[in-house]
Design a protein around this ligand. Structure first.
Ligand code: SF4
Ligand code: SF4
Length: 107
């Protein structure tokens, strides 16, 4: 089983999650993070760290977020690992909890 970053991370990218991961499985893109499902050990530590509840266990994914399971795997394979917290984008708070952000995902 793996944990999955879902739509609400797009354009928020607070990165609070990355420091707690014991196996460094977060990968950073321009405005989203992805978890490598091959590396995730299902430890649950990252889930409560995310201020916008954008990390879920694959078993808890709602239907409208199910495509993020494959998307995390695809993007984690392309993006570099991130292990340290960075400053969030200036407008991160404005984007938190906005719906329909998929089209804004940059690769
Ligand atoms: S803490 Fe949440 S919003 Fe921030 S990068 Fe991690 S998953 Fe994305
Ligand atoms: S569940 Fe654990 S191993 Fe998986 S991404 Fe979160 S912190 Fe990393």
């Amino acid at each position: 089983m793996t944990f999955v970053v879902i739509e609400n991370c797009i354009k928020c990218k607070y990165t609070d999650c990355v420091e707690v991961c014991p196996v460094d499985c977060f990968h950073e893109g321009p405005n989203f993070l992805a978890i490598d499902p091959e590396e995730c050990i299902d430890c649950t530590l990252c889930e409560p760290e995310c201020p916008v509840e954008a990390i879920l266990s694959e078993d808890d994914l709602p239907e409208d977020q199910a495509d993020f399971l494959a998307l995390n795997a695809e993007l984690a394979a392309q993006w570099p690992v991130i292990t340290e917290i960075k400053k969030a984008p200036e407008d991160a708070d404005e984007w938190a909890d906005k719906p329909n952000k998929r089209k804004l995902l940059e690769r």
